[in-house]
Design a protein around this ligand. Structure first.
Ligand SMILES: Nc1ncnc2c1ncn2[C@@H]1O[C@H](COP(=O)(O)OP(=O)(O)O)[C@@H](O)[C@H]1O
Ligand SMILES: [Mg+2]
Length: 323
């Protein structure tokens, strides 16, 4: 029940996130989503919105880091005619455009102090004025904000208001980096491989054992986005039937040291997922053959595929009940 569309993962840490998304979708309170780049902050914000009672309403993203500071205020709050040179018409801002829905303030750490004040007031009172306007406006829009910078550090440097931080972060979701999500890396790699191979119409069987090892050992600084990009690129580059570390461009990378010990259970899961993923990709989704290779029954293999969420990496025909 804890699945979230567009987000895959079976690791305990991502499951905890799915649970939070469900809970936070039920309220109107602001949410702060944090995490390294590529961990899924956008998809998380969209998922919260989509599952909320506002799901039918607009989802309006605005990137606070990408819009010139001088324009951001008017982008967000709108402006009145004549508010500044070039303001020939009155314009509604994103906040008004999101009435009945959600505004997604991406890179909220880049918001200038004056706008932080204005946002804080909106969060506290639900009111604001357009740039150059005197009329106090009220709009029913939920705020979800995201950042990959450490807002606590920004507060210490007086770059971010502490009161705004606490107001925004009433509910906080911190997305774990991909390297802390265990078997999810392989699950996602297979998913992206299947997707890209379908698009490119390339009959790829899967990853070589060396490539699987490289996928597991790499640190993934760009997280899910990097994984998706590398796999897509590898599918284009691949000359053989299987993707190699060279195709993934993961040969010269510094590999994660494994000086911390897995628990036995975690190690067991990791090895099981790795072997199952390998067998499934080797037999291109043929569960009967994969089960034979792994020396387990089809039923056992199905159960494990479901348990690890690997069934999503199978062609849909392979999931029909055993005949
Ligand atoms: N759990 C996930 N399952 C599948 N795809 C994901 C997942 N998390 C992120 N992605 C994909 O990875 C890419 C980066 O996600 P995004 O939400 O833009 O990250 P961020 O905003 O944190 O940089 C997107 O293409 C997104 O669809
Ligand atoms: Mg993003």
């Amino acid at each position: 029940m804890d699945q979230v569309e567009g987000m895959l993962g079976t690791s305990p840490s991502i499951h905890a996130i799915f649970g939070l998304i469900h809970k936070m979708a039920k309220t109107d309170l602001p949410v702060l989503v944090t995490g390294e780049t590529g961990t899924g902050k956008d998809v998380t914000a969209q998922a919260i919105h989509a599952r909320s009672p506002r799901g039918e309403g607009p989802f309006v993203p605005i990137n606070c880091g990408a819009i010139p500071e001088t324009l951001l205020e008017s982008e967000l709050f709108g402006h009145e005619r004549g508010a500044f040179t070039g303001a020939v018409h009155q314009k509604k801002g994103k906040l008004e455009a999101a009435a009945g829905g959600t505004v997604f303030l991406d890179e909220v750490g880049d918001l200038l102090p004056v706008l932080q004040v204005k946002l804080l007031r909106f969060l506290q009172q639900g009111t604001f004025e357009r740039v150059g306007g005197h009329e106090t406006l009220r709009v029913d829009a939920r705020i979800i904000a995201a950042t990959n910078v450490d807002l606590k550090a920004a507060i210490d440097r007086n770059r971010f208001r502490e009161d705004l931080y606490y107001r925004l972060g009433v509910m906080h979701i911190h997305l774990p980096p991909l390297r802390d999500r265990g078997q999810d890396t392989l699950l996602l790699a297979l998913h992206f491989l299947k997707q890209a191979a379908d698009v490119q119409r390339k009959p790829l069987r899967g990853f070589t054992p060396e490539a699987l090892n490289a996928l597991c050992a790499y640190r993934w600084p760009g997280n899910v986005r990097e994984l998706s990009n590398r796999v897509r690129r590898a599918v284009v580059m691949a000359e053989g039937m299987e993707i190699t570390p060279q195709d993934l461009d993961l040969t010269g990378e510094v590999l994660q040291s494994t000086d911390s010990l897995d628990s036995l259970r975690a190690a067991h899961r990791r090895i099981e997922v790795e072997l199952i993923a390998k067998a499934i990709s080797l037999h291109r989704g043929n569960v009967t053959r994969a089960a034979r290779d792994l020396d387990v029954s089809r039923t056992t293999l199905y159960r494990k595929l479901l348990e690890y969420g690997l069934e999503r990496s199978l062609p849909s025909a392979a999931l029909r009940p055993a005949s």
